[in-house]
Design a protein around this ligand. Sequence first.
Ligand SMILES: [Zn+2]
Length: 147
Amino acid sequence: MSFGLGDGKAMEPIGPAAERTFAKDKADWDTTLKEVDQVPQPDDQNLRSIAEDLKRRNRPGFWWKFRKTEHLVGWLLHRGTCVYCGKDLIGEQYIRHGWATTDHLLPQSQYPDLDRCPLNTVPACSACNCLKGGLDPSEAPADEPCT
Ligand SMILES: [Zn+2]
């Protein structure tokens, strides 16, 4: 499957399989990986191996924090690093202390349909997510330098 990143093609629609949400009591890693496989993802990413690496580096229940499979896929696409500051959020302390969040790049309040798009659900540390708040990057002035 392809996201069509940069090649002018539209992203494939997310099908019924991806509409499922993670169950609270889901503890089976193999089931989690199968859910990941069902979400459209870029061809050049081996998300399964990234997921296995993520699992090795964190406690087994890491994926329970994700309500939706697409959010986990968004995390995998960025290898669990904050998209704003680059912090590695896979370290257990970030998860345990609630310092790891999933941010909607384009705010969920204005783009509710993108909640199911892994490209819009990205890992962010709680500090960066708080600073960003409800900012809509598509409305930010492009010609003002950041100082
Ligand atoms: Zn950050």
